[in-house]
Structures are given as C-alpha cells and as structure tokens.
Ligand binder design. Structure first.
Ligand code: IVH
Length: 678
C-alpha cells in the first residue's frame, strides 16, 4: 500500500470511529457493536504501525499519548475564567433579577437556567478544528496545562466539525458520573487505596496527574456550557441558547436540560423543577446557574472584579443533620490502612438512620477541629457515605476530648507507620505487622470475594473464624484446610464446611487475573489485573518483568509498576506464590492474546538525529516502534539510545555528555536484527 492510499483509508476509519465515539459517549446511543468498533480500531492501529506518520495527535488512537510530564506548564487564559456569585435564597435571587432589570432599564429579560455541575472548570482551545490546549481554571487568570489528561476523556472531541471557526475556545466542566465514581471507589478500596470523598475530589485528583495513563483509567466526562476567547470578527450566534445549540452541532456534550424564563417567578419555578429531577441526572449537581440569554445585554451589564453581573448561581443546600459524636473507632484494612470512623448517636438523614460516618483521616479531623463528645453536622451528598462536615462549637461543654490516631495498631499492637508528606497515598498510616489479624481477615475476605477468586462460603464471618482459630495464616493455607477442621469451627455445620471446601477446589482453576487481583497488591485493582492478564501468559512471566517493561503496558503506570516490583521482591510473597503453585492453582492467563506482549524494545526510548546514510527518519521510527520502542524528540536522562547520522548536532553532544549509547546506522540495524531474533 502506498502512503497516500493508507492516508485515505486511515481518514475514513478515523472519521467512522469519531462518529461512533460521539454516538456512544456524547449521545449515549451506541451505533455499533463492541466487536465492530474493535475491528475498526485495530485496522486503524495496523495502518499507523505501518505508517507511523498517520498517528497525528487528533487520531482516535492518540487519546493516551506521550510520556508522563515532569510538571505542569502555566497557561494564561486569553479571556479570564470568572466565577459566579452565589445565593442560597429565593429572596436574593429576586433581588438579583431586579438589579439586572434596573441596570438594563427593562423588565422583559430572557434568562436561561442550567444545572450547575459539581466538577472542575476547564477551558479548551481548538485551532482549525483540532484540540490544541486544555487548561484548568487556576486562579482565573492562569491555570495549568492539562491537555494530556483531558485528551483521555472520550466524550471530549479531539477534532470538531469543519464548520467551526478557525480559532475557538470553549468552557465547561469535567466531572465523574455517580456510577463512575462508585465503581472507581470500589476498585480503589479493592486495590487497597483510599477512596475519594466525593466525585468532585475524584475528578480533581485525576486531572492533577502527570501521567495521562492514570487519568485514562478514571471514568471522566465533560460538559461544555459556553464560549471562552474567540477572535474578534468571528461569526457566532447572538445568544446563549443558540451557542448551546451551536456547541451541540460541533460535537460537544452540553447541559442535560435547560429552561428559558422571562421573570423571577419563572426562574424560581425552573429552579424547583431542576431540584426535583437532578437526582436522575448521571452526575452530581449542586445548584442552578441563571444566565442572561442575550450577549448584547450581557455586554451592557458587564462584570464586577470576579464575576459577571448577568449571571448567578443558586445553590441547593446539601442534606444535613446534627448529632452527637460518641466516639472515634479505628478500622484496620487489609493493607493495614488505619481509618478513623465516627460512631454517632443514631440520626435520620435523607431517609436513612445513620450511626457511623467517615472521618477521612487524622489531618481532616484536626483541620475541622472535631472532638469526641462534640455535636457535629453530618452531610450526605449523592450516593456518598455520610461525612462529618462541621462542629457546632457553641454547644461545647468543655468535656470534649481531642482525638489522635494511636501509635500502635488497635488490633495487634504493632507500631503504626505514619509517613510524612503532603497529600496522596503516602500519608495513610498503616499497621506494620503483615501478620496483623485484621489485615489477614481482610486479605482472606478479599481473596474469596466475588471480584477475585469467587469462593462461595468464604465471606466476612468465615474469614474472621479462620483467623481467630489460627487455622489459616495466609491465603495459601486455605487450600490445606480439611473438612474436620472447618466443620469443627463454631457455628459451622458440615454442609457449610463442604461448601467452602468445594468453593476452594473450584477456585484452583480461576483465570490468572483473578489470582493477581486476589493477591491484594497495592494499586492493583481488577482493571489492572486484567491488563496484566492480557499481557502475560503466566504469573512467572509477570514476576520476571522489570518495572520499566511493566510501565509500557496499557493501564499500568509507574506507581503500579513499582508496587508490583516491590511485592515480588518480598521473600514472604514469593513463598506464598510457591505455596499456591504447590496447592495446584492455575497460573495461566486465558486473556493473554500476545497483542500487548512485551516486545524487545519495550520501555526503550530512542532519539534520532542527523541524516542516516540509507534510512529515512520514518523508516527508522517504524523499525523502533515495530519492536515496541519509542522515539522521542529530545535527549534526556531517560533516553536509552541515540541513533546518529551525518550532521548530528547538539543532540549528539548532549548524549555524549550524558553517557548515552550512541549508534550509527549499521549498529542500529544490527540491534534491530538481534532484537527481532530474540
Ligand atoms: S458559567 C462566567 N455554567 O460553577 C461564568 N458554570 O461557581 C462562567 N459551573 O467556575 C461559569 N456548571 O466551574 C457555568 N452550567 C454552568 C456551570 C458552571 C458548573 C461551575 C464552573 C464555574 C463555577 C462558578
């Protein structure tokens, strides 16, 4: 096939894939089967493998591209990203309407009401229809360049309709759907990670990642509600309702529902209506945004220092309740993580009786100055577990006591490691005793859980009994249990004992990804376990792989790679693997397709410089990529090889300075031949 033919075919495939993405992710109306989509996608990848130049940044294959950043670049917004004035009261809303009417000297105004999505504000720049920049709001004037993470959001078009103006900036909100949030948190808990407090924090945490592969695993979504900077003279609609329609035409997801209102009464009716239906939206909303429709009138109304005079946010109050904090208990998870739990005087909140709430961590307790005996405010936002959000200080008697996390594990009295550091996972205090009964109970329960080895009869109660009777000290010992031992435990009939043993026997045949997930390696949730199952034929292949090679696998970032390496470096874990092998467990993966197999140049970065005697740059790139390597434009400490031809300049000098291997064309071709043969 010639390059031109490939280019034509590629354009057709890309266009088709874009249409299917739009139907699936924006309209939620799929137009093809998964199998058909996969086929188109594979064809596209095949063409790009043959002709790497086709993998342009707007190709559907390039959502997760490039290497992790080392830091965020600042972006100065061409038009500031303002915030909105807030109100919680209908009276204030009426006052706002009256103010605008007075300012514009008319009572007949046209308003639009939109849901206020609870996420993070972003700005997107498109040039000639292609996404060139995505940024956070930051302080309103300057934000962070997060293009690499935003590109991973499938409902965000990398390319928009050709009818778009040459330069266009749009503004919107990145969020997680409620179901996406619930799934993400369940996976985090299963992987021994701290769950996010709410969808907003989860979205913020995802966009703050330097490695786009992490953002790509998060179920992020985006909704566009307006325009940003547009060069003067650009032909655009004259009011907000038409802009929303225009944005929809370009392929953006816009607010779920909007209302058009002419006065305060109509606005208040719309706000109530939104409040009634917003629980059915797939995402969390915390209010309504009221905006003047006409752009000409917006211009007349103008801005204050931080917000437009022509818009306001009406916030719904979250459901809250007041109750007494009786005590703070500590939960010890399967990874040893210590979590404080608020034990409350039972209270009714949003239709259910609440007697426990999360306190997140010690730092949060200190920041909110929560003391045992306090009267506290608890809040339930969406599906999230209730949280203690505040303290009623006026009700303090002086008898309240401050809380501090114990230095020793409440379960086994082993020292608690409290790593210093700011934010992230590093700050989770953990029990340091791998034999801690609480951790062991959690590990057994996790191993038996439906998402892991799916062992019937191996629930919470069983795990607790097996640990307290000291019959089992690790998950491999489950397979040494005899019928007499299990039936001999308290409250255990012969039948349940038989069930458990049958469940254990059946679990020996489970697929490798379930076993990997069941091992409970930090950061390894089901998604990662399956990705590993696709990449490795056996557990032994996984064990022998370097962190660098692991980092090349889709869905496996550096943090996960390091966690796997640390797990396999631990002698007690290797001993566990051997015991599982001897017990007859399956170590083979049925998911292994070979498509993601570790290739000879996996994890290797090449830089090409100068002119090679008989190879074009494209040919050299194709050779490297075909063997799983990566070509970078600049030399750094992370470069493995520099392939240098005639008139190689500063890159060659830098490589010499850094002591990086330098190859001429012959040496390069020999390396490729050896790699192919390996
Ligand atoms: S309009 C100049 N519309 O609310 C006004 N904002 O409190 C620009 N938000 O930073 C904002 N949904 O992140 C607008 N439908 C919506 C919104 C919305 C959520 C957020 C946005 C903004 C914040 C202001």
């Amino acid at each position: 096939m010639t390059f031109l033919e490939a280019q034509r075919q590629h354009a057709g495939l890309a266009e088709n894939l874009r249409k299917h993405d739009y139907a699936y992710y924006v309209l939620a109306q799929p137009t093809v089967s998964d199998a058909e989509y996969d086929r188109l996608y594979r064809d596209l990848l095949d063409l790009e493998k043959q002709f790497p130049a086709l993998a342009t940044p707007d190709s559907p294959s390039q959502r997760v591209g490039g290497q992790p950043l080392t830091g965020f670049e600042n972006v100065t917004h061409l038009t500031p990203m303002l915030s909105l004035d807030n109100t919680y009261s209908e009276t204030e809303l009426r006052e706002f309407v009256a103010r605008v009417q007075k300012l514009l000297k008319t009572e007949s105004l046209d308003w639009i009401v939109e849901p206020k999505v609870d996420g993070l504000a972003i700005s997107l720049r498109y040039e000639d229809g292609r996404l060139t920049l995505g940024a956070t709001r930051g302080d309103g004037t300057t934000g962070d360049n997060i293009t690499h993470n935003l590109r991973t959001i499938r409902s965000l078009p990398l390319r928009i309709a050709a009818t778009a103006p040459g330069q266009l900036e749009v503004r919107g909100e990145v969020f997680l759907t409620r179901s996406g949030f619930a799934k993400l948190n369940a996976e985090r808990i299963a992987a021994g990670e701290e769950p996010f407090a709410n969808p907003r924090n989860a979205a913020a945490g995802s966009l703050k990642q330097l490695d786009p592969r992490i953002a790509a695993t998060r179920p992020l979504d985006v909704l566009i509600y307006g325009l940003g900077h547009v060069p003067p003279g650009t032909a655009l609609p004259e009011d907000h309702a038409s802009v929303l329609e225009f944005l929809r035409q370009l392929g953006f997801k816009t607010p779920e529902r909007t209302w058009r209102c002419r006065n305060a009464d109509e606005l208040i009716r719309a706000i109530h209506e939104l409040d009634e239906i917003r629980g059915n939206f797939p995402y969390e909303t915390d209010g309504a945004v009221i905006k003047l429709n006409s752009f000409a009138l917006r211009k007349q109304a103008g801005f204050t220092a931080k917000a437009p005079r022509w818009a306001i946010a009406y916030k719904y109050s979250a459901e809250q309740a007041q109750t007494k904090l009786k005590s703070i208990t500590i939960q010890v998870g399967r990874t040893g993580a210590l979590t404080p739990v608020a034990e409350l005087e039972p209270v009714l909140l949003a239709g259910s009786t609440i007697s426990r709430a999360t306190l997140h961590n010690e730092e949060d307790i200190r920041r909110k100055d929560i003391r045992i005996g306090d009267t506290v405010i608890i809040e339930k936002a969406g599906e999230v577990i209730p949280a203690v959000v505040d303290v009623v200080r006026e009700l303090r008697t002086g008898a309240e006591t401050e809380f501090s996390l114990p230095d020793r594990c409440p379960e086994c009295d082993a020292p608690v490691a409290k790593p210093a550091g700011q934010g992230g996972l590093g700050v989770i205090p953990r029990c340091t005793n791998p034999e801690c009964p609480a951790q062991l109970r959690g590990r057994i329960e996790h191993w038996c859980s439906r998402g892991a080895m799916d062992i019937e009869g191996g629930g919470e109660v069983m795990a607790a009994q097996l640990v307290s009777t000291r019959l089992v000290h690790n998950v491999a010992e489950l397979y040494d249990l005899t019928l007499e031992q299990v039936a001999g435990m308290e409250r255990m009939g012969e039948k349940s004992a038989q069930n458990l043993l049958a469940g254990l026997e059946a679990s020996k045949k489970r697929d490798l990804w379930r076993l990997i997930f069941g091992l409970g390696i930090l950061h390894v949730g089901t998604g990662v376990a399956k990705a590993l199952g696709r990449s490795f034929a056996t557990l032994d292949d996984l064990r022998r792989t370097t962190p660098e090679q692991l980092g090349q696998i889709p869905d496996v970032g550096d943090v996960i790679a390091a966690s796997l390496a640390a797990w396999f470096a631990e002698p007690r874990n290797l001993a566990l693997v051997e015991r599982l092998r001897n017990a007859g467990l399956n170590f083979n993966s049925s998911l292994h397709t070979g498509t993601h197999r570790i290739q000879p140049f996996s994890g290797k970065t090449f830089v090409l410089t100068g002119t090679l005697p008989s190879m074009t740059r494209d040919q050299a790139t194709a050779a490297i990529e075909a063997l799983g390597g990566r070509v970078s434009g600049s030399v750094s400490g992370k470069t493995h090889y520099v392939v240098a031809g005639d008139e190689a300049g500063s890159k060659l000098e830098k490589a010499q300075r850094l002591g990086i291997a330098i190859l001429d064309q012959d040496q390069f071709q020999r390396l490729c031949r050896e790699a192919e043969a390996s």
